[in-house]
Design a protein around this ligand. Sequence first.
Ligand SMILES: [Zn+2]
Length: 619
Amino acid sequence: MFGRKRDTAGATIRAYEFGTRPVGDMALASQQLYRRHQLWNQFVEIERDTRAKYRALVATESTQRVAALHEQLEELRQQIRLHKKSAAYEHVLHGKLRSLVEAMQSALADRSPETVAIVKPRLYFADIVSYDGLRERAKQLRQALGVMRAEAKAESRAKAEQLKAEREQLERERTDRVKAAMAASNLYWCNSDDVRASYEVARKRAMREGTELHFHRFDGGGKLSVRYQQGLPVAAAFGTDTRLQIDPIDFSIWESADRAVRRRCWTKARLRIGSNDQRQPVWLTLDCWLDGRPGRHLPMEGTIRAAAVIRRRVGTGFTHRLVLTVEAPLERRDLAVERHGTVGLDVGWRLTADNGLRVAYWSDGTAQGALTLPANMVGLFEKVHDLQSIRGQHFNAAVERLQGYLEEHPGAMWLQEQCRYIAQWRSPGRLIVLLRDWQSDGTDGELLEHLQAWRKKEDHLYSWQANLLDQTAAHRRELYRIFAASLGRYARVAIEEFDLRKVLQKPRPEDGAETPDGHMRTIAAVSVLRSAIENYCRREGVEFVVVPSSGTTRRCHVCQSEQQFDQRSDLVHRCTTCGETWDQDYNAAENIRQFADRPAGDTILPSAKISPEAPEARV
Ligand SMILES: [Zn+2]
């Protein structure tokens, strides 16, 4: 992720993004993108290999037991998934089939040959009843696994301590393979370095979190970058540098009071993507819009650390951005701004009565308010969602049509071979490839026509969906940026600690059906809001405080007592201890603000302070 900032003394690192369009031939750039992508996947392979060897090295009896148990759990989960998928489960969920199953069971009890003949083939329905049992078993297994894993981990760690030489040997093998892959990649060194840097960061995180690195699928997009160890002064980028060149513009237009003048910022930029035989640069040339809006244009006194072109697939086309990572001293203007007080922010989503989506609530002790995505924006995101499901329906219909044809034409050898795994096709990609490679056997004219009509509709809907999502998400980002900038009047912004991974975690199969909340969560994109706020604060020198999340919702901000209420339905709550009535989001924001403002050295969390009434209330 680019756009992350790191504070150095009195300086700030910030990513500046500019709209851009490649000029001329993209062939070499595309090749480099593809090679970067391949190199990443090679790193993933090396990593998985190394991890597997390491696991074998430190394996003990306990780890083998854990692995076996884990396999059982996964099998169970697969069964639960199948249950959920089957239409029969839907019926059971609504209580419709339960009685039918019971009736079948009692019918079988008479064992009259006729009823057995009718009922037996359908008896698999009876299996459905055990669904709750499966879920219960999965939960028990998971708990048992938790305990055993901790033991196994400790044993493995002890074993790893004794195998220092072997571990070092493994690490040497890994770095040798990584270096060899880089050398063989045929990439401009800045790009191979960049892929390696992302890989090293990703592998450390994966090890910490106990996950595996993932192979990436190539969709034609990606990143091409140049890096500067010592940094390149911004002014030098408008010259004859050998990695990045931007044709100078009349810089005074950035200072112009006239918006229309500030917008006249089109120029050409060149990013190095390789070298020719004489070791001279090979460039990717770009038409580039050097955004002149206040706060967005390049700081001329800054230093460029890296530059990149990001190519992203949107629908059936691509968008391109030029991203410059610049280190610059904090501007005097920023330091001179008068800032007062602390604002507490409670970030989270909740639908409002008029179909807007509340995504944050703030309180500074005297004033308070909410940040809400307007109903029409939520509506546009819903539209994106609808388009997705319409595409799904069309796809399913096309696949069904194809399956019907296959059943009727067992002799269509080529098609039968291509569609061997058609039951597992989940997305249009396979069907599009099939159409691309289509080999007619003459009998399939009508089918082909039908599928081509599907393809046309799919292209149209996909572009529509992708562009709508792109635009609506950009509007949301802008709304978040404006909100973040409005916090500039405070000296300190306090926010609750937040584990993105927890929010993104999909429910486990045994946790029951996914709630519609999942959908609203993607619309709210609170992580985008959080990073907009954090970026703004770091850039503008506003103190950014993260407070622990325990108890901010349930504690009354007036009397500090713990309150019990339904967080989902009771938006407004009346404190049972002090009688104060409050909006629960306001209450959380206020608790966050109070926590951030607690006296220095006060390490006791307010939630641990028990009010005099509380002990009796608990008895
Ligand atoms: Zn109270």
